[in-house]
Every structure is written in structure tokens, then in C-alpha cells.
Design a protein around this ligand. Structure first.
Ligand code: CDP
Length: 788
């Protein structure tokens, strides 16, 4: 039960206030990009490559230009004249806007058709004739490293291989020694396949360049409006588009999940065309383009090893990663972390030796590597540690729950320094797992499993007890393209005591309009219903790095609390003046100052704010506003204990998720209902890669499941009943003790599901299955073992 400090009327933290934004969504009044229609607007569609790797011999636009309504066709050669045919990626690599000589993946942009209607643009796109000389693509990242592999990035002078970067963390010598001396070593190769965020809303924009005022308004689906404005200024500054002349507006967004962080070629082409024509240009991807060409997630080949004692003490881990980045490194990671925050792969366990290394390579696949509902590769890390922990438990013959309990970092050991350098802020892993085990009835389930096994029935129980790392970031370590990672809040309280607050983040469905208002309500005592939240307009919002990687609460949420506290300080001065007492003689409760010992003498926050405009002390600045740019001292470390129960049909391999209990710890909870919603959604996006989703390519680079007919996004039908709960260990360094939560369930659930499936199959000697674990894979494995 969460204790609330404020009344329901104020609805500060802990109240399940209904989402303010839902009123407009439920009335069909959301403002999405495709709702926007500007006078004289042109429409853009994109001709894409049918080949994964091919030289462009010629592009013939004659027929396309004959299509009624088509006004222009733009190619890489056109953009080259303005030096706009390449752009930087977030990882300081380079990416083609439109190609001039060769294409590097199937569905790559080849030419843009501009027309007076969307239909004409689509017809024009089909009429562009491109002659290609097809080449054999490199689809396998291991083969990409071979000495005889063709060099893909011929645009990079002197590049002699397809290697992008090498990365290491931890202490190799110390870890190797522990492994050499260990009683038990387990090893496992695992592949975390390429998947897609598949948001309901695809990516798109309306670029509106005003020639007279030399001003660009970019309406777009971006999770990071300010960073995009700066990137546009850096890319287009040389043609006169400087940052004060650029406004990025992100209205409602239908899901981002990391996929709306990167800059896509479509945005840049739309800007270029609007710049050249002086007309607004709309570009909206269709569903297949979104799936086939937008940034992918995951695609890590991992070799994991764990060393320990025969009685189950974990002593060391080693991980080796091969990252397939497609033809350019366009991963959305902080600059100093090419492998994202993978080094959290040491997990929730107390041991002090770990070493990890990674290499990234180019292949003929789409670029990306976005943090799909995950704090920069934590999903991959959690999968690796939670799978190898289960492998170790199996090897030493210990129950996986007991083994975890025996190895957890204890709550009194926080802050805990991990072997790869993180300082975990707080946690109570034992309490979380105990609660999950009680909720699901773990001991009874194990007994039931014994009975079922006697009858030859397949039932499995899987656990994942993960630690996340969210809230990038402390600016000393975290930046994107050199821009330090912090976030911001600006609060203005109007004379009548109602407020407007603006943020550098951008909600894509997470409910910020409600939860930020609740944080301010908690501190100031102004009802959350009277606090209007705005995000996503760079002309009005304070600069911030945006919303992804569960960073909004740890950064902008903190900024809101600190800015509100600045206002409480000002309110104290005004209250002292109005009540004619010293500031030290006042008591504060959210919403009211009263005189110590004489509580009947008081001033409400509304009275104080009114005085700030009408009767403030001489010498004090009028008004009631505060801004804060919050630079977190550390990241926050949410955690979870998840348990999944599956029943498997031997004959078909069909997997039924019977139960799934998720106990999360995100510190102090702002809105329990929103957190539960985040967990439900996140778990569904966890079962997706665990059992259904994978982008599949053949060796010629054709994507074999480029539509939602074949790429299986789970629906309500596939989703089990999620059973949720929480433990609360506040973050000691966060102003309101909160940690992020949005991504925990996506991060933590896949290994719980796979561990359950492998547990069910373990009597037949099956020790591992790569995700997605499909009925076919299960059936095949059982057949190989002679079970069916
Ligand atoms: O950055 P993003 O908004 O995606 O993730 P988050 O900070 O984890 O927050 C997701 C949603 O859950 C927001 O509406 C938060 O305010 C809310 N939340 C909460 O109510 N309590 C927490 N301790 C953490 C998040």
C-alpha cells in the first residue's frame, strides 16, 4: 500500500490519478503528424532499393515526372550539389541521405518523389526507373570479419575491413584467473535477434520552410526535439539555416520505444525539398517501410560464461559480443558507450570479477541499433546474465530461485560497486524475489512440476531477477554528439495559483502530462489538475535531451521537483512577509505555510502566489517562476523479480504462458496506475521477442518478413494475464526517490520466459533455446531428442 502525503484533491505522488491526456485521445482529438495539413503542402514518397547491395548505374525520372501531380524527383546527385547527400549518425559515423553510387541494404532510399497529393507521390515512386548492378551482399557478421569479405564502406578512404569498433570493460587478468581456478564453468552462445520497435504510428514529418523569414518549422515524430534542432543546425548551417531559425515541434506521438530518436533520411530530404520549393512537405512512412528500413534493435551475438563453486557461489562472468550494425553505426547510444550500457551484464549478484569485450561490424542490413524500450542495450545484457545464471544453477544442481537468493547483493551492501564500474544506488533483491515467489506459489508449483514430469508432461518455471541502469545521465559521462545529457523543467505559476510547466523531454504515450503535474503537486501543493504540462516545442520548452531509456523520471522528473522546491523557498519569503513573522517561524506542508505554534495563522500557496504578483516584498522580483536543469549525480538502478510458468504441448511444441508475476522496484512511485500500465505494455513487448518477433533476411539480403502478416507483433490474444506488484527502495540520490520504470518489463521478461521454456525441456537434456522460442523450434528440439 502506497502512503500518499497529499490529498486526492491535490493528487501528488502515489495517487492513481487518471491520465489527463487521455481525454483528448479518447475523443479522437490527438494531434499526430498525419493530422497536420498546411496550405500548399506537398507530399513526398520514396523509391527504395529492391536489392541489399548494388551499384546504381542510372536513375531515370522521365516517366515519374509525367505522372499527374508529380512536381519533382530528388536523387542523391541533386543533394550532392548542396553537400546534403550524407549525414552524421548519432555514433559519429556517416549515413547516406540518398545514394549517389551504390545501395547498401534492401529498402534503402534511392529517390524521393514530390507531388501535390500522396497518391500522385506514390504513383511517381513506382515510375522511377533505376538500373542496378547487383552485388553479393554480406549478411553474416562473422563472415563480414573474414579477410576475403568485400569492403562495404568504400566511401571511407583507407578502410581495409568491415570492422567498426572494439570495446572492453572489467578486469581481464583478474577474471581469467578466477575462471582458471574455478570448480565449475558454464558457457553458452546466444543470439539476440534483430527486431523492430513497430510503434503504432510510423515515422514522419512536415518540413515547413518559410523563405521570406528564412525559418524552418519541423513538425516531426521525434523523442528528442531539441537534439534534432541542434543536429539540423549542424547539418544545414552551411546553407544558412542556423539554430535560432529552426523550430522543432513534436505533438502527440504514437509510440517511440527508441525508434524515434534517430534522424532518418526522409526528414532530411523533406527539409531540403521544402527549402528548395518554399512549400511545406509531408513525409509519412507506410507500415512496410517502417518495418523494413527504420532503425532495428538488438542483433547481438553473445558468448556468455559463468564461473563458480560446486555449491553454487557465482565468482566471475565473461561476455563476448559481436554487434551487427548494418551498413553504418547509427546506434542511438551515448558517445562514450558504443555498446550502450551492456556492462550492467554483471547482474544482481555479488561477485567481483567480470570481463567483457565486443566488436561491431558492418553488414548489408539497415542501420540502427536503437535502445528499443531499453536503456541502451540493457535488454541484451540482462538476457545474457539471466540465461547464464540459470545454466549455472542447472549445472550445480541448485534450484534457480535458491541460487539467486544465495548470490544476491544484500540490501545493506548498497551502494554497491559492480565489477564493471557502476555504483548501484539501492535495491532489495531478496524482498523482490520473495514477494514474486509468494505471489506465484513457487514451492507448490515445483511440487506440481515433479508430478507432471512423472506423467511425461512439460511444465516449466522461469525466473529473471534483473538490475537495470536508467536515467542518463550524469553529464560527466553521458553525451549525445557532444551534447551533455541532463534534462530540464520550467514552472510558471499564474497569479490565480494555476501553473504551466514545460519540459525538455517528450512523452510518446507514457503519461508525462499527468505524472509531471503530480510531482509538482507533491512539492507545491497546487492540485495536479491545475498544472498544465507542455513538451515537444523547441521554441517554448527548455533545452533537454528527450525521452528514451527510461530517463524522464530520473532526469526531468527530478528537475521538476527541484524547480518546485525553489518556488517553495520563494513562497516562504512571501509568506513571512504577509504573516509578519520570520521565515524560521514558519511550518510548511504542501500547499500551506503556517506560523509555528499558531497554526490558525497561515497562507495557502494560492494566496502566496497571488501576492507574488500583487503584494510582494519590495526588492523581491515579482512573479512566481522557476527553472532547473538537472544533472543527475548517478544513474538510478531499478530492478525486478519476474517468474513465468509455461506448459508445453509435446506433440505440437505449442507454448502456453500459464502465469507471469512481475515484481518491480522503481523506487517511489508517482502514479501507481501509470506504472502498472507501463509494466503491462512492457511485458507484452517482452513476450514479443521471447516468442514471436525476429527480422529475418536470406543470404541475398531479402527481408523475409517485412510486413505485419509475417512479423508477429503479439496482440491481446497472445498476451497472458500479467500479475504485477512492487517493492520500494527509494533512490537515495534522486530528489523524490524515484527510479525509471518504463523499460524494466521489456528488459526483464524475455529471459524469464526462455528460462521457463528451457526448464520445461530440461529433463530431455535441452539446455538453451535462442529467442524467439517458437513452437516449431521446441518441436524440432524434442524431435531431435527423440521425445516426439
Ligand atoms: O522516460 P520514460 O517516460 O519513458 O520512462 P519513465 O521515466 O520510466 O516513466 C514512465 C512513466 O511512468 C512516466 O509517466 C513516469 O512518470 C511514470 N513513473 C512513475 O509513476 N513512478 C516512477 N517511479 C517511475 C515512473
Amino acid at each position: 500500500m502506497i502512503q500518499c502525503k497529499t490529498s486526492k484533491e491535490i493528487s501528488g505522488m502515489g495517487h492513481s490519478m487518471k491520465r489527463k491526456e487521455d481525454v483528448r485521445f479518447l475523443h479522437g482529438k490527438g494531434h499526430y503528424i498525419d493530422d497536420l495539413k498546411l496550405p500548399g503542402m506537398l507530399y513526398m514518397d520514396i523509391t527504395r532499393s529492391p536489392y541489399a547491395y548494388a551499384k546504381i548505374i542510372s536513375i531515370d525520372i522521365t516517366e515519374a515526372m509525367k505522372v499527374p501531380g508529380v512536381v519533382a524527383v530528388v536523387t542523391g546527385k541533386d543533394l550532392e550539389k548542396y553537400n546534403l547527400h550524407w549525414m552524421p549518425t548519432l555514433m559519429s559515423d556517416t549515413q547516406m541521405v540518398l545514394p549517389t553510387d551504390k545501395v547498401m541494404y534492401q529498402a534503402q532510399e534511392v529517390a524521393a518523389v514530390i507531388a501535390t497529393s500522396r497518391y500522385a507521390a506514390r504513383d511517381g515512386r513506382e515510375a522511377v526507373k533505376v538500373e542496378y548492378e547487383v552485388m553479393k551482399p554480406v549478411m553474416d557478421p562473422y563472415k563480414s570479419m573474414n579477410a576475403d569479405a568485400p569492403i562495404l564502406r568504400t566511401d571511407k578512404p583507407g578502410k581495409k575491413d568491415n570492422h567498426i569498433w572494439h570495446w572492453e570493460a572489467g578486469d581481464k587478468a583478474k577474471t581469467d584467473k578466477v575462471f582458471n581456478d574455478a570448480e565449475v564453468v558454464v558457457k553458452q552462445d546466444m543470439y539476440i535477434p534483430r527486431i523492430h520497435v513497430a510503434s503504432i504510428e510510423t515515422c514522419g514529418c512536415v518540413a515547413d520552410y518559410d523563405k521570406v523569414n528564412n525559418h524552418l518549422t519541423m513538425y516531426m515524430t521525434t523523442q528528442a526535439p531539441h537534439a534534432i534542432r541542434t543536429v539540423i543546425a549542424l547539418v544545414a548551417g552551411h546553407v544558412g539555416l542556423t539554430e535560432e531559425k529552426i523550430r522543432v515541434v513534436s505533438a502527440d506521438i504514437g509510440g517511440g520505444f527508441g525508434g524515434k530518436v534517430p534522424v532518418y533520411p526522409g526528414y532530411v530530404i523533406a527539409i531540403a525539398v521544402s527549402f528548395l520549393t518554399g512549400k511545406p512537405v509531408k513525409w509519412i512512412e507506410d507500415r512496410s517501410e517502417n518495418l523494413q528500413a527504420d532503425s532495428f534493435a538488438r542483433d547481438y551475438h553473445i558468448h556468455a560464461e559463468m564461473a563458480g563453486t560446486k555449491n553454487g557461489k557465482i565468482q566471475a562472468t565473461r561476455f563476448k559480443v559481436l554487434a551487427d550494425h548494418g551498413y553504418t553505426d547509427a546506434a542511438a547510444n551515448p558517445s562514450k558507450f558504443p555498446l550502450g550500457l551492456f556492462s550492467i551484464a554483471t547482474g544482481s549478484y555479488n561477485y567481483n570479477a567480470s570481463y567483457m569485450e565486443a566488436d561491431a561490424v558492418y553488414t548489408n542490413k539497415p542501420p540502427g541499433g536503437v535502445a528499443y524500450r531499453c536503456s541502451f542495450r540493457v535488454t541484451e545484457a540482462v538476457h545474457a546474465i539471466e540465461r547464464i545464471t540459470d545454466r549455472f544453477a542447472f549445472e550445480v544442481g541448485k534450484d534457480p530461485a535458491q541460487l539467486r537468493m544465495d548470490n544476491f547483493i544484500k540490501k545493506e551492501e548498497f551502494p554497491w560497486k559492480s565489477p564493471t564500474g557502476w555504483e548501484y544506488d539501492s535495491g532489495d533483491y531478496h524482498a523482490g524475489l520473495r514477494k514474486a515467489m509468494e505471489a506465484i506459489g513457487y514451492d507448490e508449483l515445483r511440487k506440481e512440476q515433479v508430478e507432471k514430469r512423472k506423467k511425461g508432461e512439460l511444465m516449466g518455471i522461469g525466473i529473471s531477477t534483473f538490475t537495470e541502469v536508467v536515467g542518463a545521465g550524469p553529464s560527466k559521462d553521458f553525451d549525445i554528439l557532444g551534447i551533455k545529457m541532463f534534462d530540464s523543467a520550467e514552472i510558471r505559476v499564474h497569479p490565480t495559483g494555476k501553473a504551466l510547466a514545460r519540459f525538455g523531454t517528450k512523452s510518446q504515450g507514457q503519461g508525462h502530462e499527468t505524472t509531471y503535474a503530480q510531482i509538482i503537486a507533491e512539492v507545491l501543493g497546487i492540485p495536479a489538475a491545475n498544472i498544465q504540462i507542455e513538451e515537444g516545442d523547441t521554441d517554448t520548452a527548455p533545452y533537454g535531451l528527450g525521452t528514451y531509456a527510461s530517463r524522464s523520471t530520473p532526469t526531468a522528473g527530478a528537475a521538476a521537483a527541484v524547480a518546485a522546491r525553489k518556488l517553495v523557498d520563494k513562497a516562504r519569503k512571501i509568506a513571512a512577509y504577509l504573516l509578519e513573522v520570520s521565515e524560521n517561524d514558519l511550518d510548511w506542508e504542501p500547499g500551506k505555510f503556517s506560523v509555528k505554534g499558531a497554526p490558525e495563522k497561515s497562507k495557502t500557496i494560492q494566496e502566496i502566489v497571488f501576492a507574488a504578483y500583487t503584494n510582494h516584498p519590495q526588492g523581491m522580483q515579482a512573479g512566481f517562476e522557476a527553472t532547473h536543469y538537472y544533472d543527475p549525480p548517478n544513474l538510478t538502478f531499478p530492478s525486478g523479480a519476474y517468474i513465468c510458468v509455461v506448459d508445453i504441448d509435446k506433440e505440437t511444441g505449442g507454448i502456453h504462458v500459464r502465469r507471469f508475476v512481475a515484481i518491480d522496484d522503481c523506487g517511489h512511485i508517482i502514479n501507481p496506475m501509470i506504472v502498472q500500465g507501463q509494466v503491462h505494455g512492457g511485458l507484452t513487448q517482452g513476450i514479443a521477442p521471447a516468442m514471436y518477433e525476429e527480422l529475418i533476411y536470406d543470404e541475398d539480403g531479402n527481408m523475409l518478413n517485412g510486413t505485419l502478416m509475417d512479423y508477429l507483433v503479439p496482440t491481446a490474444v497472445e498476451s497472458p494475464k500479467w500479475e504485477t506488484g512492487h517493492v520500494v527502495t527509494p533512490s537515495p540520490h534522486h530528489p523524490i526517490g524515484a527510479k525509471g520504470v518504463g523499460e524494466s518489463p521489456t528488459v526483464g521478461s524475455p529471459p524469464a520466459i526462455v528460462n521457463a521454456i528451457v526448464d520445461a525441456l530440461s529433463p530431455y537434456g535441452i539446455k538453451h533455446m535462442d529467442i524467439p522460442v517458437t513452437p516449431f523450434k521446441v518441436w524440432k528440439a524434442l524431435k531431435e531428442k527423440g521425445v516426439v
